[in-house]
Design a protein around this ligand. Structure first.
Ligand code: FAD
Ligand code: SIN
Length: 514
């Protein structure tokens, strides 16, 4: 057994070093924080890969109300308007926090903040840095600030595997480092473990990010919400590289168009065309590819030689694949990009379990509804990291509770990827979802290294099976209509397991309800 801070108050443990974890850890100062992260500081994060930027209604023709209206329209009837208002209202605070930590945004030739356009935004409102290097700039700024923040201790190469609790309250984390498990006591825990793209074969997310925070929270008793809503980005660069490189929506915002290999502009007659909501564009591209076509982004006329200046990072990714976007068509395909679902939280980032907060992509606040509006995610993660820190600062200190670490292996999502990609993709149906549930249920309840990834995937499948409609990013070929009345779903692990059993063995459910 290994204990940290023996004799001293237990630290707040923050798990993950993307924008959510970094913002929370910095905003918690001077309260002692232990930041655990699986790779190096800021590494293995979606944050570092972010291209488009951060949505902020700062343009002269823009207002917070317009930003809210676009967010709600993209969310397809499932946004929590109160939460969306509360989070978007924190936009100025997030931008000034980033600026205070040294982040500088790109400016136009007149010295004004340059504003990009992305799908389903009615105004230019995307602040960006280094052209398309917003995420890298953000990680550089926040990690530099963190390294000089005396209240934060960083533990890298540390994979969090389990939360421990006593009397219904979270007391610490079991961590794997250098192959050894140890328990670290915590005053409270902030999950900031990012998305679930690592469950899929085709994703823009770091491949190891399968939703560890969701599995740990669910096993500790926390409710999960909106798990069925997995966002596919329409335009990943179609190469063999894993994870797939992203071709930012901002490229379409600058006028690039989508063509198939017959030269047809298949989005032309769809409302919004190339800048329709992400789910609409992803499904249109998926339909083309399923019909045997190949799909390309054509930036030759809209950007031409300007491409490399406006999008230097993407130009580099294309060059690695032998493509010159000024002259060549860019082959694209949809890929898993973002998860609207996660650990259910309130406006302070509190989960349903005392002592456990969740922020950033691993949380489900209700901001995004059934479909996230582009570039609202960095904003939400920064806002909620700070909100959780404010809330935790008001909590009392706690003495460490020594506990023996369970022996546990590193998690491995590889065994579930083929199944998840096949049945939980852009289009779903009851038959495929039932097959996924049947295969994932025993794995989720096993001791296998794939148990936690299977548990997260099982939750997506159960939520998706129960939502008998198509809405936002959740498209059911057997239930294509959008129901007139619908609400968010939220379940705890015992409920998810019970529902899974009932779905694959309906006769047992009938006996139980008789
Ligand atoms: P992440 O940034 O993913 O960080 C998660 C952290 O948790 C990582 O450090 C990871 O290593 C760590 N971790 C995971 N599991 C464990 C564990 N078990 N133990 C310890 N550590 C663990 N959104 C926008 O708003 N604008 C954009 O322009 C934009 N572009 C994007 C481009 C790409 C290619 C991708 C993939 C996403 C993009 N998004 C964008 C989405 C956005 O980047 C993410 O939603 C956001 O960065 C999530 O931040 P986070 O801090 O919650 O998680
Ligand atoms: C992009 O640049 O297209 C990604 C933006 C986002 O995911 O919000």
């Amino acid at each position: 057994m290994n204990r940290l801070a023996q004799g001293a108050d237990a630290p707040v443990i923050v798990i993950g070093s993307g924008i959510a974890g970094l913002s929370a850890a910095l905003a918690l100062a001077p309260r002692p924080v232990l930041l655990l992260t699986r790779d190096g500081l800021g590494e293995g994060s979606s944050t570092a890969l972010a291209q488009g930027g951060i949505a902020a209604s700062v343009g002269p023709d823009d207002t917070a109300a317009l930003h809210l209206a676009d967010t709600i329209a993209a969310g397809d009837g499932l946004c929590d308007t109160g939460m969306a208002t509360a989070i978007l209202d924190q936009t100025p605070e997030v931008i000034s926090m980033l600026a205070r930590h040294g982040m500088t945004f790109d400016r136009d030739e007149n010295g004004h903040i340059a504003l990009g356009l992305e799908a389903a935004h009615s105004r230019r409102r995307i602040l960006h840095a280094r052209g398309d290097g917003t995420g890298a700039a953000l990680v550089d700024a926040l990690t530099a600030a963190l390294r000089t923040c005396p209240s934060v201790t960083v533990l890298t190469g540390a994979e969090a595997r389990r939360l421990t609790s006593a009397d219904g309250r979270i007391t610490g984390v079991t961590v794997l480092q250098d192959g050894r498990a140890r328990h670290i006591a915590a005053a409270c825990v902030v999950l900031a473990t990012g998305g679930i793209g690592g469950l899929y074969e085709a994703t823009t997310n770091p491949s190891d990010n399968y939703g560890a925070g969701l599995a740990m929270a669910a096993r500790a008793g926390a409710a999960l919400a909106d798990m069925e809503f997995v966002q596919f980005h329409p335009t990943a660069l179609a190469t063999a590289r894993q994870p797939l490189s992203l071709i930012s929506e901002a490229v379409r915002g600058e006028g690039a168009i989508l063509l198939n290999d017959l030269g047809q502009r298949f989005m032309a007659d769809i409302p919004g065309a190339e800048l329709a909501p992400r789910d609409v564009v992803a499904r249109a591209i998926h339909a083309q590819i399923t019909a045997g076509r190949r799909v390309f982004l054509d930036a030759r006329t809209a950007l031409g030689d300007r491409f490399a200046t406006r999008f230097p990072g993407i130009a580099g990714l294309c060059a690695d694949a032998g493509i010159d976007p000024a002259r060549d068509l860019i082959p694209v395909c949809p890929a898993v990009h973002y998860h609207m679902g996660g650990v259910l939280t309130d406006a302070r980032g509190r989960s349903s379990v005392p002592g456990l907060w969740a922020v950033g992509e691993c949380a489900s606040t209700g901001l995004h509804g059934a479909n996230r509006l582009a570039s609202n995610s960095l904003l939400e993660a920064g806002a909620m990291g700070m909100a959780a820190a404010r809330d935790i600062r008001d909590q009392g200190a706690a003495q460490p509770l020594p506990q023996i670490a369970q022996s546990i292996a590193a998690a491995d999502p590889a065994p579930v990827r083929a199944l998840v990609s096949r049945h939980l993709g852009v289009l779903r149906d009851a038959k495929g979802l039932d097959a996924a549930i049947e295969a994932l249920l025993p794995l989720a309840q096993s001791d296998s290294p794939a148990a936690d990834p299977a548990l997260v995937a099982l939750s997506v499948a159960v939520f998706a099976r129960l939502r008998q409609e198509s809405r936002g990013a959740h498209a059911r070929t057997d239930c294509p209509a959008t129901l007139s009345a619908s609400s968010r779903q939220q379940f705890t692990l015992p409920q998810i397991l019970g529902l899974a059993h009932d779905l694959i063995a309906p006769e047992t459910a009938l006996i139980r309800s008789a």
